[in-house]
Design a protein around this ligand. Structure first.
Ligand SMILES: C[S@@+](CC[C@H](N)C(=O)[O-])C[C@H]1O[C@@H](n2cnc3c(N)ncnc32)[C@H](O)[C@@H]1O
Length: 208
């Protein structure tokens, strides 16, 4: 089992209780750099795995594959935590590592524990509350959209289809005992509520 653990923006007091628990109870903990290693240090002895920023894709792929192999050795027989700055599903090294693991080591289950991301950290520190729709970009193509307050999910999905979106996930009351996550679009209900989210994704247009 491999768990991507969000370590928050860098303040040791901004790790979640769940992240700390996972770090303490894992058989092995990896991190991609010094900053993450320092955040993990009070709870576990982390090993730094190097993920260099290279332009040579052949070399880069070889490094990623090697790292996946190292992680898989432990994750096959125990619990491995991979600690990252911010959130593990948000522009994160972990997403790519999980993809490689799922492809080459499908027997290793992967999951994530959310962390406080740079977006909400920024809003807090810069006193810049986000109160209307907004865009986050790292310069890559825009392929996904998240709709909050999705009280009429099917109506939302129909309108997103017209914008070229093809994949949809409906989520409600996440991390509560009433949590709902529906990935099959045909099963998404007409009616949501205030704590409903629609996530939409479209294929790459290869234009950006
Ligand atoms: C590869 S992304 C990682 C994002 C991270 N997974 C998250 O959830 O915030 C790296 C970018 O996130 C932003 N970032 C991450 N931590 C930050 C922090 N503590 N302060 C400011 N920006 C941060 C920077 O723009 C940086 O280039």
């Amino acid at each position: 089992m491999l768990i991507g653990v969000g370590l928050g923006p860098g303040d040791p007091e901004l790790l979640t209780l769940k992240s700390v628990e996972i770090l303490k109870n894992s058989d092995k903990v990896y991190v991609p750099g010094r900053m993450a290693a320092d955040l993990v240090a009070p709870y576990a002895d982390a090993e730094v795995l190097d993920f260099p920023m290279l332009r040579d894709y052949d070399v880069l792929n070889a490094v990623w594959k090697k790292n996946a192999e190292i992680v898989a050795q432990h994750a096959r027989n125990g619990t491995v935590a991979f600690g990252l700055i911010g959130d593990p599903n948000f522009f994160s090294t972990f997403s790519h590592l999980a993809k490689i693991m799922n492809k080459h080591y499908p027997d290793v289950e992967t999951s994530t524990i959310p962390g406080i991301s740079s977006i909400t950290s920024f809003a807090s520190r810069a006193d810049a509350a986000v109160e209307t729709s907004f865009e986050v970009s790292d310069g890559s193509e825009k392929r996904s959209k998240i709709i909050l307050k999705a009280k009429q999910p099917r109506k939302i999905i129909n309108s997103l289809r017209e914008e070229g979106f093809t994949e949809f996930i409906f989520a409600e009351r996440l991390f509560s005992d009433k949590e709902v996550i529906i990935k099959n679009v045909d099963d998404i209900p007409e009616q949501g509520n205030y704590f409903s989210i629609v996530y939409a994704r479209r294929p790459s247009l290869g234009t950006e």
